[in-house]
Design a protein around this ligand. Structure first.
Ligand code: CP3
Length: 348
């Protein structure tokens, strides 16, 4: 069976399938007791990312439990700055902390090229997982989009509105552009390595795309992602790529057309009529149930699933949440959502 027989890969090639293939962003995570146990065994989150055996185990956990159509490599977008030589820590309950790179001296002090040696355990995870998945299950690799990764590199942490990176981009666009260029090159090398090690497709997470003013969106969100798409396909012809520009709103059509991605991830605020009219006819879409309705469960969840089906079920669509599942989401609600998607009648 060739790679194109995988349902999610067929949707990325433009087919519409019923039921739609499904997975969840952050599907390997703290809402699963088996994830928490494995992370504790690894010692820390970053130690888990760099332990191929345990990272492969947590990648497989949601596949075994729920039978999702895609496994996503267990890692983090911040392993890229780490492999560029920036200090990165994850403190329990506090999120990521980095020694900021916000001056030309700090940028000169990190590597020009990503050190794939640092990422070898992640690539070993890819090799292990690709030997464990059934032929129908798509294996997704990923990286952060340069803009989103740069917001953490510059601030040294997540902030409410990623103000430090926005400020640097205005104050010193030359320096900020040099950070972005460094990340484009690193991301191409990293994604090509993931594809060569066995992932079927990759997703580029631009979690902070939505905070960019319209006049800056093309320069910092679209152009770097397009450079990654072109760079990856120059080395892996036909590579399938999903972009997730969270909060892009009415810039989604422009993002889809100009980056060259095969699919666009929708956050939970997307305008369904706009997306159907302007985006879904050109690329596949993925999304977009609000992660918070998964906490509510019951009829509120059923209504949200039905609304997503009514919105996107007529075209090429991968069912997902509109952002990552939260640690307090009950497993029974995930099961209810999956059942409802898979047993819904095909929309006419
Ligand atoms: O989706 C998956 O299951 C694959 C693994 C994955 C993680 N992070 C694991 C993780 C992926 C694809 C990511 C992407 C990521 N990481 C993004 C982009 C997508 C998004 O969710 O917006 C961003 C912005 C990061 C950076 C990051 N990592 C932050 C801000 C945090 C802290 C917030 C939080 O949720 O705790 C992390 C930590 C992180 N990454 C955890 C997991 C499972 C939780 C750490 C833990 O287990 O203690």
């Amino acid at each position: 069976m060739g790679k194109t027989a995988k349902p999610l890969m067929r949707v990325l090639a433009g087919e519409r399938l019923w039921p739609p293939p499904m997975w969840m962003m952050r599907q390997a995570g703290r809402y699963l007791p088996e994830y928490r146990a494995t992370r504790d065994r690894a010692g820390s989150f970053l130690a888990l990312c760099y332990n191929a055996e345990l990272a492969a185990e947590v990648t497989m956990q949601p596949i075994r439990r729920f039978g999702f159509d895609a496994a996503i490599l267990f890692s983090d977008i911040l392993v890229v700055p780490h492999a560029l030589g920036q200090a990165v820590r994850f403190e329990a309950g506090e999120g990521p902390k980095l020694d900021p790179v916000a001056t030309s001296a700090a940028l000169d002090a990190i590597h020009q090229e990503i050190d794939l040696g640092v990422l070898q355990p992640v690539l070993d995870t890819v090799t292990k997982v690709s030997g464990m998945l059934s032929p129908e299950t798509t294996f997704l690799g990923f990286c952060g989009a340069p803009w989103t990764v740069a917001t953490y590199m510059v601030a040294g942490e997540g902030t409410e509105d990623q103000g430090p990176a926005r400020q640097l981009a205005y104050n010193d666009p030359g320096l900020f552009g040099a950070i972005i260029d460094r990340l484009v090159k690193a991301s191409v090398t990293y994604l090509v390595a993931q594809l060569k090690a066995g992932v079927d497709a990759v997703q580029v997470f631009d979690t902070w795309a939505g905070i960019l003013p319209d006049a800056e969106f093309d320069r910092w969100a679209i152009a770097p992602t397009r450079a990654i798409v072109e760079g990856v396909r120059a080395q892996v012809p036909g590579a399938r790529i999903i972009g997730f520009p969270r909060g892009a709103g009415a810039r989604l059509a422009r993002y889809a057309a100009e980056t060259g991605v095969d699919g666009v991830g929708l956050d939970w605020t997307a305008d369904a009529a706009y997306v159907r009219r302007e985006v879904q006819g050109k690329v596949a879409v993925q999304g977009n149930v609000d992660p918070l309705v998964l906490i509510a469960g019951g009829e509120a969840l059923d209504r949200a699933v039905d609304a997503a089906i009514a919105a996107y079920g007529h075209g090429p669509w991968i069912f997902n949440l509109g952002h990552g599942i939260t640690p307090n989401a009950p497993i029974a609600h995930v099961e209810r959502m999956i059942k409802r998607v898979r047993t819904s009648t095909e929309p006419k």
